[in-house]
Design a protein around this ligand. Structure first.
Ligand SMILES: Nc1ncnc2c1ncn2[C@@H]1O[C@H](COP(=O)(O)OP(=O)(O)OP(=O)(O)O)[C@@H](O)[C@H]1O
Ligand SMILES: [Mg+2]
Length: 319
């Protein structure tokens, strides 16, 4: 197949039938290399089935899927498994293998030597803030849910896959650890340039992580576009309903950087905000500090602009 190389994953007319049901119905979408696509949708809408067709755990009934420009049916299963990591909620770790052995599973299958495997295990444990000295030799039951989850993701990443499929990977985590795990994932995705498809039921997670969001309902892909478009131009009443109208303005604000909305520098401001904040966080910060106006600073704490509460609220209302 001769797909455009910038698209790491291409789905064309992908369909899955469990007679008499069609659980994934003629789905066509592209995922650009090095981006995160988040799939959302009601329970039973076909999200997991769609993902499992990409790594051939579920055979397609009709349509074509390519990864890295090659039809998945033309790639040997072992190669596909090396190129595509898969992380699922909750279970998945081998209970009788240590953390290090769990993470080393795929590298061992691929015949990596002991040193290379060991270095990779340590690197991943460090990346996920799990001290190798403490955690490498532990068994899954000795870890908290959040730690198990991180080991699961580390294992999926171990053989440096180009593509990572994650089915509700953070579902069981409390909000604080979940936020941490999301940030870890973003950092890792940037560092390795991994192409990720992630399923979640949490719309905030979808907007936080997704370069594009795919909305599914009853097997159909209703819309697949940027978070901004999903909010401002929902293709379907269901999409609008799912993303919620109440938190809409705030969600939009969270997608805009303070730097992009600031006004000219003003002398004599006592409060300062970093340019990297998004508008939602800037608003929260100003309300919290009780200030009507603040300077905007770059990384060296040099003022590069200013922002007023009034202006922020106006931007929110326009959204
Ligand atoms: N092996 C199977 N045989 C028959 N039907 C199946 C099979 N696997 C899934 N289904 C059906 O396909 C539909 C889609 O299931 P899928 O697991 O993809 O949904 P989902 O969107 O991931 O849901 P959830 O959000 O609850 O995880 C469901 O109606 C399910 O019952
Ligand atoms: Mg599912």
């Amino acid at each position: 197949m001769t797909d455009k190389t910038e698209n790491m994953i291409e789905l064309k007319g992908v369909t899955k039938r469990y007679e008499p049901l069609t659980v994934v119905d003629n789905v066509t979408m592209s995922v650009e290399k090095g981006t995160i696509t988040v799939i959302v949708g009601t329970s039973g809408s076909g999200k997991s089935t769609l993902m499992r067709m990409i790594n051939r755990l579920v055979p397609v009934s009709a349509g074509h899927i390519s990864v890295g420009g090659r039809d998945i049916m033309s790639v040997p299963a072992t190669e596909l498994r090396r190129r595509i990591g898969y992380a699922i909620q909750g279970h998945g770790l081998f209970p009788h293998r240590t953390v290090a052995q769990n993470i080393a599973t795929v590298p061992q299958l691929l015949g990596w030597d002991k040193d290379k495997t060991g270095r990779r295990v340590d690197e991943l444990l460090n990346l996920f803030h799990l001290d190798p000295g403490t955690f490498a030799g532990k068994y899954p039951h000795e870890l908290s849910g959040g730690q198990q989850q991180r080991v699961g993701v580390a294992r999926a990443l171990a053989a440096e896959p180009e593509v990572l499929l994650m089915d509700e990977p953070f579902g069981a985590l409390d909000p604080v650890i979940r936020g941490k795990a999301q940030d870890d994932l973003l950092a890792i995705q940037k560092q390795f340039g991994t192409t990720i498809i992630l399923v979640t039921h949490d719309m905030d997670e979808a907007f936080h992580l997704g370069h594009q969001i795919a909305v599914m309902s009853e097997g159909k892909l209703l819309q697949c576009s940027t978070p901004e478009k999903i909010l401002t131009e929902p293709a379907d009443p269901f999409v609008q309903q799912l993303t919620g109208t109440s938190g809409r303005a705030l969600k939009l604000m969270s997608l805009t950087s303070l730097k992009g909305a600031m006004e000219p520098v003003q002398p004599g401001l006592n409060h300062a905000l970093p340019e990297t904040l998004n508008l939602r966080d800037a608003l929260a910060e100003m309300i919290w500090q009780g200030v009507g106006e603040a300077a905007v600073q770059d990384a060296n704490k040099v003022p590069i602009g200013s922002i007023s509460l009034q202006h922020l609220l106006q931007l929110g209302r326009k959204a």
